[in-house]
Design a protein around this ligand. Structure first.
Ligand SMILES: O=C(O)CCC(=O)C(=O)O
Ligand SMILES: [Fe+2]
Length: 356
């Protein structure tokens, strides 16, 4: 563990200072899977649990302790969030010069780009996306702080992508699909929508919930690795198999359940499956429906940072289900759509207006 640091009043990402997530709020019980057991131990029971949770909730905690890949993510996420703080502190005008535009997902998303309800209430989250492929070259204009952090991001991208692929390998084996089928759709050197997303949400203004940072959604990609330090992430109590979106809200009765950051939260990552995992497996695997609002209680007094890595299919990948004994055969698609267009279609369906 890091030695306890004195609070630096000029910094707002101060995970050492955060109070615990308060009691008395409905939380979801997620399974905790050990990365070390999977990576080092090749543990068959742990692999079974991965498959079960991915068929069920599509969400689990990944305990990062006890292996090198986990240590890279723990340390990297802390450093990435500190860099994020410096990026979000830049002037509004400078940040807007990095605004996401065209067909790329790289750069800055200003708060308020998306609607969170039928009345048009705006989201409150700022994002800064650093693409997997762009990070290699950094040809675009980037804030100095992002350029200075490039080697860290590179390590983080390679490690997070590797963890995602390892989990996909386990799922492939369980589904009776050759893991090469997943690997060939997610090659690290190929252009894809993979990126590290740095997020910041402002502190809670009122005790009454919600103040939506990021509205209800399922992720578009195959698998998401999320590091967060404060509560804020919520999962809908009904599985996304049943709950579709209507006017920005799930259309089956249920409630939002908090994902409690685990004690010693810096060692735990939250993994969730995205729409591409559902598509590839014709619904055997389940995407997790979630949203983000500021934490209740004293945690909500802090701005909330998160570091998210999205593993997504290569742009050229045709979005068809995989065939294997563990995957029921669906009808042949009428026309081929590649991942790049498919992701845009999914984003548009959520009312996301990234392109400007
Ligand atoms: O910040 C979080 O906890 C989750 C963010 C998220 O769901 C997303 O960016 O897709
Ligand atoms: Fe998400």
């Amino acid at each position: 563990m890091m030695p306890h640091k004195e609070a630096d009043p000029s910094r707002e990402f101060t995970p050492d200072q955060y109070p615990d997530f308060p009691d008395g709020f409905p939380t979801i019980q997620l399974e905790t899977i050990s990365l070390a057991k999977l990576l080092i131990g090749n543990d068959a029971a742990e692999q079974d649990r991965v498959f079960e949770v991915c068929k069920g909730r599509g969400f689990f905690y990944l305990d990062l302790a006890g292996c090198e890949a986990g240590a890279t993510i723990i340390k990297g996420a802390d450093q990435a969030a500190a860099a994020a703080e410096d990026v979000f502190k830049l002037s509004f005008d400078e940040k807007m010069t990095y605004r996401i535009h065209g067909t790329s997902l790289d750069g800055y998303k200003v708060a308020g780009e998306t609607h969170t309800d039928k009345d048009g209430t705006k989201d409150t989250a700022e994002f800064f996306n650093v693409g997997k492929n762009e990070n290699d070259q950094m040809k675009k204009p980037w804030p100095e702080i992002i350029k200075a952090t490039k080697p860290l991001f590179r390590d983080y991208i390679v490690t997070a992508h590797g963890i995602g692929m390892f989990i996909m390998g386990i799922l492939a084996n369980k589904l009776g699909v050759d893991p090469a089928e997943f690997n060939s759709r997610h090659r690290i050197m190929k252009q894809s929508g993979d990126h590290i997303r740095l997020t910041r949400g402002p502190p809670r203004e009122k005790e009454e919930l919600p103040e939506i940072q990021t509205p209800s959604h399922t992720d578009f990609g195959t698998i998401t690795l999320l590091m967060n330090w404060l509560g804020g992430l919520q999962v809908w109590s009904e599985s996304s198999r049943k709950a579709q979106l209507l006017n920005h809200e799930p259309d089956v009765p249920g409630e939002w359940l908090w994902v409690r950051p685990k004690k010693g939260c810096a060692i735990i990552e939250v993994i969730n499956l995205g729409d591409a995992a559902v598509k590839f497996t014709n619904g055997v695997l389940c995407a997790g429906r979630h949203r983000v609002i500021p934490s209740p209680g004293t945690q909500g007094k802090y701005p909330r940072y998160s570091v998210v890595y999205f593993v997504r299919p290569e742009n050229e990948c045709i979005m068809k289900q995989l065939r294997g004994p563990g995957i029921p055969d669906g009808p042949e698609e009428e026309k081929d759509i590649n991942a790049e267009d498919w992701i845009k279609q999914q984003a548009a369906g959520l009312g996301i207006r990234f392109e400007k």
